[in-house]
Design a protein around this ligand. Structure first.
Ligand code: AMP
Length: 280
């Protein structure tokens, strides 16, 4: 396994790499959720192809009051995990090498990113779009693997690839969870013991809502109210948003129909957790 930090070296190196090249972009602090993507990437790259995992805590996707400075960076431990997961190359550039100080070209998404996390975190998805565009240009992958936990990000990246004609196939993997249902996240390590205990309510609430739909509930207003009520059974929870949207457009549906995406963001203390449930 090779570790490459320099952008120009990665660009030179890519020309000689056996294809398909499969990329798994991450911000590091890896857990089983990331490793499920890496496993899928290994499967898709096969024995001859190249699996590139990227580790880059992208400053442009953090707001001024967010956790960029404190985001965990256990780089050595991440390398060990990636090596044993069969990764061929870790691309871990430095922010200074990725972004020129006087950079002036932006990649903006103007529809899908106006709702949900985009509404709560202004500029976040512009940062995601620019970094993913740059990673695709540098690594030239055939396939890129993303997690369904960040559902809005996945939809926006599919749109980015479609609208800007990136020759990359986007593949998604289901959310990996703890045994009590909490979605794995690098941010779970910020939770206190009590917050961690209560955070399992998020998945429970989404599952309860899905059950209600299966039993015949067709009012999205009632569904949202139900999810909110369930989440507020946890005294430490503070809801950022609860939405029931079309999974392609991310717009609220005026009349109920499937597929339907239930998505939430919930604070426990300062930690903001997201999760979703797609009802087909
Ligand atoms: P991050 O390091 O948080 O930027 O995440 C890198 C990739 O891992 C993204 O495509 C995420 O959607 C994915 N991911 C994060 N958590 C999970 C999880 N619990 N299950 C599956 N994929 C995940």
């Amino acid at each position: 396994m090779k570790i490459i930090q320099s952008v120009s070296r990665m660009q030179r190196f890519v020309r000689s790499l056996p294809r398909p090249i499969v990329i798994v972009p991450t911000m590091g602090a890896l857990h089983e959720g990331h490793l499920a993507l890496v496993k899928e990437a290994r499967r898709q790259a096969g024995k001859v192809g190249t699996l590139v995992a990227t580790i880059f805590v992208n400053p442009t996707q953090f707001g001024p009051k967010e956790d960029f400075q404190s985001y965990p960076c256990p780089f050595q431990a991440d390398c060990v995990l990636l090596r044993s997961a069969g990764c061929d190359i870790i691309f871990a550039p430095k922010a200074k090498d990725m972004y020129f100080e006087d950079r002036s070209v932006l990649v903006l998404e103007s529809s899908l990113s106006t709702v949900m996390c985009g509404a709560s975190r202004p500029g976040h998805f512009d940062g995601v779009c620019i970094v993913v565009s740059k990673l695709f240009n540098i690594v030239q992958p055939d396939v890129a693997i993303f997690g369904e936990k960040d559902f809005q990000q996945l939809v926006i990246i599919r749109r980015l690839v479609r609208d800007l004609n990136f020759p990359v196939r986007i593949f998604s993997c289901p959310t990996v969870r703890e045994s009590d249902g909490l979605a794995l996240s690098s941010r779970n390590r910020y939770l206190t013991l009590e917050e961690r205990k209560q955070a399992s309510i998020i998945h429970q609430a989404l599952q309860r809502a899905e059950e209600k739909v299966r039993e015949g509930l067709t009012s999205t207003r009632h569904l949202k109210a139900l999810i909110q009520q369930e989440i507020y059974r946890a005294p430490l929870a503070r809801i950022d948003y609860v939405v029931t949207v079309d999974p392609e457009t991310l717009q609220e549906k005026s009349t109920f129909s499937l597929p339907l995406l239930l998505a939430v963001a919930v604070f426990f203390g300062k930690t903001r957790l997201i999760d979703n449930q797609l009802i087909r």
